[in-house]
Design a protein around this ligand. Structure first.
Ligand SMILES: [Mg+2]
Length: 410
């Protein structure tokens, strides 16, 4: 028998305003108050409850603008370690419904439903409603569920009736459904592709799938024809059932200027390393190999790497190695335009689960320092304290007053 993961019934389960719902879960007193969750570094809104959205708050809005629009909302710094715990509970419930579970993001999963309708003698919408009810009862947050014959259709369907809604798009209803779907609501169609499709008169997904395949291929390449198949109900994207370990996680950026100043490079690398360690901790990974690269003014690259005996996500283990590699690679008189750090040989942190700060084995002094920082950041808002070496980057009046390290989540 040919075994494949191509769905012909698939559910997309998506938590409703996940981060903000998590905050309301542990602070029930916020149920009646609009909640905005903030990134620490940029102090912008990364998630908001529906009442905050109705008041005009958008994701990415600077906090000062949001507070002017909605002063009565509660503004909370993001706590990804906590959201990760709720995410684990969410996926534990989903895993009971089907062994075919793809973790798509912290709050979204695809479930293969082939064969389950007969097994449970339930319709697709009854199955979806049961999933919603069990997550609501056991985890305490709401999700929306879309069911259809391909992942792309299921994902669009889950958006259709948010929050706390079920949308089933059976094969014979696809045509009707696509009349209601705008091209910008197709996953993978961003602003540029949307503009291109609009230019050629396609504003709905129905118009997109009715266009000749070679034409779509000319406009959008393989992505376009894949999406066109998926939207017509022909699965192209299989369920990705293995917990996908990334091959690498990179944090890199142009410096915004060409510089021969080593301390400038060091500051950028401190920032990148903080973000890299945060990403590893949030996703519960450790990495055994860390590499660093510098891009010269000529666009040539130089790089170096180190390998840890024990894979780690610990900023305090990684950062000195990154700075040591910088010392090795940096050439006085050279000018540099970009830099970055890359983690490879990534493994689940499961056996050596670090605590909130990514400590696996931390010396006691560092532990105390981190705990103090955490208390201060909790009390005054994340971003109050940050890594001293990164303080030359973006001046924030508050962090300039405290030249102490920060473990920054963004
Ligand atoms: Mg969501």
């Amino acid at each position: 028998m040919l075994v494949n993961n191509w769905p012909n019934a698939v559910a997309h389960v998506d938590a409703d305003c996940f981060y903000a719902s998590c905050e309301r879960l542990r602070h029930p007193e916020l149920r009646a108050i609009p909640v905005c969750v903030l990134s620490s570094q940029d102090a912008c809104v990364v998630a908001k409850t529906y009442d905050a959205k109705a008041a005009g708050i958008t994701t990415g809005m600077p906090v000062w603008e949001a507070k002017r629009k909605l002063p009565e909302a509660i503004y909370i710094p993001a706590d990804f370690a906590y959201y990760g715990q709720i995410s684990d509970q969410l996926f534990a419930v989903l895993g009971r419904f089907s062994p075919e579970l793809e973790t798509y993001s912290i709050d979204e999963g695809f479930l293969g439903l082939n064969g389950l309708r007969a097994l449970w003698r339930k319709s697709w919408s009854e199955i979806a409603d049961t999933i919603r009810a069990e997550i609501r009862n056991e985890v305490g947050i709401t999700v929306s569920v879309g069911v259809s014959v391909t992942k792309t259709l299921a994902k669009i369907a889950s958006e259709y009736n948010k929050p706390d809604g079920t949308t089933v798009v059976a094969g014979r209803k696809i045509g009707d459904f696509l009349e209601w779907v705008k091209v910008r609501d197709i996953p993978g169609i961003g602003a540029n592709r949307q503009a291109l499709l609009h230019k050629f008169g396609m504003t709905t997904a129905a118009q997109f799938v009715d266009a000749p395949e070679p034409f779509i291929h000319r406009l959008l390449g393989k992505l376009g024809t894949d999406l066109r198949h998926e939207l017509r109900g022909v699965p192209v994207y299989p369920l990705d059932l293995l917990p996908a370990l990334p091959k690498s996680i990179a944090r890199t950026a142009s410096m915004g200027e060409i510089s021969g100043d080593k301390s400038m490079l060091a500051a950028h690398l401190t920032h990148h390393t903080t973000r890299l360690a945060t990403e590893l901790i949030t996703r519960r990974y450790v990495a055994a190999r860390i590499s660093l690269f510098l891009t010269l003014q000529s666009f040539d690259k130089v790089d170096a790497e180190i390998r840890f005996d024990q894979a780690t996500a610990n900023y305090f283990a990684i950062s000195p190695m990154v700075q040591a590699m910088l010392n090795r690679l940096f050439q006085p008189g050279q000018r540099y335009r970009a830099c970055g750090v890359i983690a490879t040989e990534i493994a689940p942190a499961a056996s050596v689960m670090p605590d909130l700060f990514g400590r696996v084995e931390q010396d006691e002094r560092q532990g105390r320092l981190l705990e103090t920082m955490d208390r201060i950041n909790r009390k005054y808002g994340k971003g109050t304290l940050r890594m001293c070496a990164a303080s030359g980057l973006r001046a924030s009046s508050r962090s300039e007053r405290f030249q102490l390290p920060l473990f920054d989540l963004e």
